[in-house]
Ligand binder design. Sequence first.
Ligand code: 1CP
Length: 348
Amino acid sequence: MVTLTRAALSESVERTPVWFMRQAGRSLPEYKKAREGIAMLDACLMPELTAEITLQPVRRHGVDAAIFFSDIVVPLKIAGMDVEIQPGIGPVFAQPVRTREDLARIPDLTADMCEAIAQAVTLTREGLPEDTALIGFAGAPFTVASYLIEGGPSKNHEKTKAMMLGDPELFSAILGKLAHMSATFIQAQLDAGAHAFQLFDSWAGYLNRADYERYVLPHSRTVFDALAHNNVPSIHFGVTTGELLGSMSTAGSSVMGVDFRVDLDDASKRVQPGQALQGNLDPALVFAPWDVIASRIEDIVRAGLRHGGHIFNLGHGVLPTSDPTVLTRIVEEVHTVSSRLIASGEFE
Ligand code: 1CP
């Protein structure tokens, strides 16, 4: 088993594994060059290019995992929905989904539609160093639904919430359909060789706990249940989810992602027994003086070792203007500090 997989299953490791959400993409000059003149969603369906972009941060930073280069709207795109990713904005749907008729227009996603995805995963595995994991992913039903219902990125998710509370039956039917799509999309990545997967519920933190548990959690649970037979580690992540961590941790993942607002020692008390943690350096700290970053790294590595299973990551995605050389230095520091602390025997 690769180091990241062992940490995700709370087994013993020689160092804390580290990767960064959004490590493939805008912070790297080699990414900008590879993507020149190619639309985002086209790049996700060109297997050689997808594999190259997925591998770029592994080569540059020496991270313990590659995150598959794709997007949460790719399953809808390959199923036939009219969606594009507009530069500087994000995913935009030609026709938002707001009625039962709209819902009926969402096509089913089948394994054979995921051929370009499977090819890209196979190519990525071929180029991956020995002890490096490939993490597949999909968007969680709620986060994907928010783009579908709003029609694009949204500040307050008002149409999504209005439907959730005003027509819970329709809302549930949409999330049920998306749960099936996310599971199919991840299954294709696992079948082609991904070692683990992450379910991104980035916008779950916009909900209060009661609404999250009633309207959203059951659909996320459906995704983890559908994939449980693969026996691979799974990670569940959302932003501003401090209040939801306890609820989200019951959805069925082996690892709970923690955003940068929550102390890892507090997160440790909120998740399920035996569940590993992932996180949680503030992405803005990448811009701070090095001694500040190094001291935060040690705090986080120590809290992770106190907890048991821990994967080091940022508390959300890499900011586009981050200096990539600082990210590389963070990876080295996590490895050095964690190896020293683990070898000291202090945390056994
Ligand atoms: O032209 C470009 O370069 C577009 C920028 C971009 C990139 C590089 C988008 C548009 N998506 C991606 C890739 C991507 N998206 C990855 C793989 C790369 C990696 O992580 O290294 C992943 C895992 C995602 C997942 C994703 N897409 C999420 C969940 C993760 C998160 O950051 O919370 C979300 C919310 C999206 C939607 C999306 N896609 C793109 C943008 C700019 C957005 C956010 C829009 C918004 O603010 O609502």
